[in-house]
Design a protein around this ligand. Structure first.
Ligand SMILES: [Zn+2]
Length: 505
């Protein structure tokens, strides 16, 4: 049984799919006009785990995540860069997909682009107009919030409160301050498509209603996004879809991930140095380059998706524009991954030789950890607890490999075999420790060596000279090489596949 926190009911409920064994999942994707920041990475990783876990639990999941490729921000940015909007959005769609891959996210099943769904969007707006809850006004079309009494249910805001904060912006031709645009008349030079109301383009919210319906139907199971999207974006999506298709349509459950807070979340807007630090440090590309995507993913998953995450940045110097930056949370995440991959490498090496353990008992310590991991994910996708269970399994593998577990040899062998199988399941669910250990460890070594300005070629040559010296039984020379490497901050490890190295902590 899967339980999840539904933002609409504001409590944890049992997941009851609309159709047994199937889950339709929609998550709002990026607006493709710029590179991502760390906050954008969080929903990608959070809903990737949701899809992965539901699949491991046997559901046929259809995961839809849209690409917003027409929007005010895109039009503004394209004008700044003197670049056509479609070239800008294609470029940043590719950059986004690269980053999502680095974060070890599986691609969604459908990744629809707004500009390829204009007919569906126009048809949905026409239905809303026909139902009397949308109206055309000088080439724009607006959703009439006063005509839809359920408005505000998702974000739990009474209409009167919303009214108090609403304004009509200059140039908007709406009847009520709460009304929002479904279709915007084209201004000169903007991308535009023909419509019954004249040339124009969709408002932001309508795309998700139209594309969710096309790929998941009028009723589906889960809708996800960052908590900052709950109002107005998700409230508006729901109003549009229910306004067109009837109450009780659209997503049955709503999942919202929490914020990533920068240095405790206490940045005063007036604090120029904190603002400058934020602008430098919150860029996802910088973090991927410094610590690798899997460490960013692991950092994000060590907190339950609904809770805020504190992202700590340390500037090692007074001038925040130039001081070297450190990210203690990511350093810690990368260390944990290195430990995990070294463990997997040792485990694989140990099992590559000798005879299989055959049938029989395993050490009792190996029982139950995968159940605990999966039960944690069943309980509102609690990745923090799941990662703790994962860590127990890795620790047990090391105890056995270090000969610190008192058990018969065949029991230890079977236990390692079982750990190897079950760690692969955990990797699939969490999207952690999925890479080939040698590949991840080599990339990690390259990053660390670059950060310490260590010449990897020189390290490799010292290791080769040490091997030659050992072969020639010149142990003094072999020891000298080891000492030289130690002096450089390099640890070497002799494995069945030869000597490998790591940059010492
Ligand atoms: Zn959306």
């Amino acid at each position: 049984m899967i339980r999840l926190h539904d933002s609409l009911q504001r409590k944890k409920v049992e997941l009851e799919p609309r159709e047994a064994g199937k889950i339709g999942l929609y998550a709002c994707g990026p607006t493709t006009y710029n590179f991502l920041h760390l906050g954008n990475a969080r929903p990608l990783v959070a809903f990737d785990v949701v899809a992965r876990h539901l699949r491991v639990r046997g559901f046929a999941v259809t995961y839809v995540r849209n690409i917003t490729d027409v929007d005010d921000k895109i039009i503004r940015r394209a004008a700044e860069l003197s670049e056509p909007t479609d070239s800008l959005t294609r470029r940043f769609t590719l950059e986004f997909q690269t980053d999502a891959g680095q974060l070890c996210c599986q691609p969604p099943d459908v990744e629809p682009r707004v500009t390829e769904h204009i007919p569906e969007i126009v048809a949905l707006v026409e239905r809303l107009v026909a139902n009397g809850i949308a109206y055309a006004s000088e080439g724009d079309v607006y959703f009439s919030v006063p005509s839809f009494p359920a408005y505000g249910e998702l974000s739990h805001q009474p209409l009167d409160d919303l009214k108090a904060g609403a304004r009509v912006e200059v140039g908007e031709k709406k009847h009520d301050p709460l009304d929002f645009a479904l279709w915007k008349a084209a201004k000169p030079g903007e991308p535009a498509w023909p419509s019954p109301w004249g040339p124009g383009r969709p408002g932001w919210h309508i795309e998700c209603s139209a594309m969710a319906e096309k790929y998941l139907g009028r009723n589906f199971d889960l809708h996800g996004g960052g908590i900052d999207l709950a109002f107005p974006h998700h409230e508006n999506e729901r109003a549009q879809s229910q306004g067109a298709n009837g109450l009780h349509t659209f997503s049955r459950y709503w999942l919202h991930n929490g914020f990533v807070n920068f240095n405790g979340g206490k940045i005063a807007k007036s604090d120029a140095s904190q603002k400058a630090l934020f602008d430098r440090a919150f860029k996802l590309r910088l973090l991927l380059e410094r610590h690798g995507g899997e460490a960013v993913r692991s950092f994000l998953l060590t907190t339950h998706y609904r809770n805020p995450i504190n992202f700590e940045v340390v500037a090692e110097g007074d001038d925040v524009a130039t001081a070297p930056l450190r990210f203690p949370g990511l350093e810690e995440a990368e260390r944990r991954l290195e430990y995990g991959y070294l463990t997997l490498e040792r485990l694989n090496d140990a099992l590559a030789v000798g005879k299989p353990g055959g049938a029989g008992p395993v050490a009792p310590e190996a029982e139950g950890w995968l159940d605990r991991l999966q039960s944690a994910l069943d309980d509102d996708f609690n990745t923090a607890e799941a990662i703790a269970a994962h860590g127990e399994a890795l620790a047990l593998a090391n105890r056995i490999l270090d000969n610190k577990l008192d058990a018969p040899k065949d029991v230890k062998r079977r236990t390692l075999e079982r750990l190897q199988r079950e760690l692969a399941v955990a990797a699939l669910e969490l999207g952690l420790l999925e890479a080939a250990p040698a590949t991840w460890l080599a990339a990690h070594r390259t990053r660390r060596a670059a950060a310490r300005k260590i010449d990897a070629a020189h390290v490799e040559s010292c290791i080769a000279r040490r091997a030659e010296a050992r072969k020639a039984k010149d142990f003094a020379q072999a020891d000298a090489m080891r000492d030289e490497l130690k002096g450089l901050g390099i640890e070497i490890m002799d494995t069945p596949r030869g000597t490998t190295w790591r940059v010492a902590d």
